[in-house]
Design a binder for this molecule. Structure first.
Ligand code: C2O
Ligand code: CU
Ligand code: CU
Length: 420
């Protein structure tokens, strides 16, 4: 990193590397900076970050900052790729609230494979309010990227279309352990899997949710199970102070009914803890009145071989939605796919670039726990209609919206809006 004027500037090569997801079994992966979980970029709200992405891969690629409020030329448009041997400077103004973002490849129809093979990393924006709140920080603020994979007997990754069963791994390792002090930690959890809904369980230990995609919630929410869907982030504070030194807690996914270990926390020493989770975190911005309502139907395409939004598969030459800059809209997002298919229910997770939204309701009923903050990715279950509301301000240009099950967006479940 270097500092130039009022910006922090990074150079990030995209390049192949070997990593040991299973210890002792080197596997070929695609990386940012040679690391299987790309380096974590820490930004401050209001201070610009510029990243020069250098493509040292054997294929074209591009990078999207998921959750970023960025100019269209830095959004990683899926057709506007960085060719091998070329580089491009993206600018992230960070004129947005503190939150947990992530950067990942967004190459048209190759995104699922590229992200699966490794092209993803964390990008954290710290808001000026966060230090004052006294939340755990520094070494006690830890991002955890949960991904999934299929592996052959040598530990090599196999990329096959869904819905083949996969194994979860965290921060680049299968079932890693993490040594913790007997105190509070802030964990920023990202579901970067291809298509797995994850329900986190820590053996009954309380997990206090403090944030979702768009940053801090108005107030903390005490939970013992936390759902996180592909593309989504949740932040939790876990207090290990009631655990005796030597105890081990396993974070598992219990969504399917069975329990699959993700990682283990080993409590290794007593510790002082001056951090707190205040009863009030961050007030939500006002919700301006919506002046337009749109329907977004997510479903198999009419041919049944692709996925579509409003019966159309992605076409870069078509603007699907034109929006006047500064206006507020309600989008009614419906999952029109059946609950019963040979592969089980087909869920979708709807994601919008450029701006966060609020989840208004689900089939007229209140949103799920933890969905009361700012969000950019939302689960839409079979048959369900979720209403979200967003204000499209800040930049003009073309931005994507799509299902964040990247295998769905790769085969059509993606569209573009033009802010004018
Ligand atoms: Cu995380 Cu358009 O995606
Ligand atoms: Cu995005
Ligand atoms: Cu989908």
């Amino acid at each position: 990193m270097s500092t130039r004027g009022d910006a922090d500037v990074y150079e990030l090569p995209m390049k192949p590397a070997k990593t040991e997801i299973f210890p002792g079994h080197p596997a070929s992966v695609l990386t940012f900076g040679g690391q299987f979980i790309g380096p974590t970029i820490r930004a401050k709200a209001g201070r610009t970050v510029k990243v020069k992405y250098i493509n040292q891969l054997d294929r074209a690629a591009t990078v999207h900052l998921h959750g970023g409020h960025v100019p269209p030329g830095s959004d990683g448009y899926p057709m506007d790729l960085i060719d091998p041997g070329k580089s491009r400077l993206f600018e992230y103004p960070n004129r947005q609230l503190g939150s947990t973002l992530w950067y990942h490849d967004h190459t048209c129809s190759k995104e699922a494979e590229h992200v699966y093979r490794g092209l993803a990393g964390f990008y954290l924006i710290e808001g000026p309010d966060e230090r004052e709140l006294g939340l755990p920080n520094g070494a006690y603020d830890v991002p955890i990227m949960i991904r999934d994979g299929r592996f052959d007997e040598n530990g090599a990754m196999i990329f096959e279309p869904s819905p083949m069963p996969t194994m979860l791994h965290a921060n680049g390792r299968i079932q890693p352990y993490f040594q913790v002090d007997a105190r509070k930690y802030r964990f920023r959890i990202l579901n970067a899997t291809l298509h797995r809904i994850i329900e986190l369980d820590l053996g009954g230990q309380e997990m206090v949710q403090i944030a979702s995609d768009g940053g801090l919630l108005p107030a903390p929410l005490s939970r013992t199970k936390v759902m996180v869907v592909p593309g989504e982030r949740v932040e939790i504070v876990v207090d290990f102070s009631q655990q005796s030194v030597g105890s081990k807690l396993v974070l598992t996914d219990v969504y399917s009914g069975a329990s699959e270990p993700i990682l283990r926390f080993d409590v290794t020493r007593q510790s002082k803890d001056a951090s707190t989770v205040p009863a009030q975190l961050r007030a939500l911005p006002a919700l301006p009145e919506a002046t337009n309502v749109r329907d977004m139907k997510l479903s198999f395409s009419p041919s049944g071989e692709e996925f579509a939004i409003n019966d159309k598969t992605f076409d870069p030459n078509r603007i699907d939605t034109q929006i006047k800059e500064g206006t507020t809209e309600i989008w009614r997002i419906t999952n029109a796919d059946p609950a019963e298919t040979p592969f089980g229910p087909v869920n979708h997770t709807f994601h919008m670039h450029l701006v966060p939204f609020r989840v208004l309701d689900r089939d007229g009923k209140p949103p799920l726990p933890g969905e009361n903050g700012l969000k950019d990715t939302v689960l839409v279950r079979p048959g369900e209609t979720v209403r979200v509301q967003a204000t499209f301000s800040g930049y003009r240009g073309r931005y994507m919206y799509h299902c964040h099950l990247q295998e769905h967006s790769d085969i059509g479940m993606m569209a573009q809006m033009e802010i004018v």
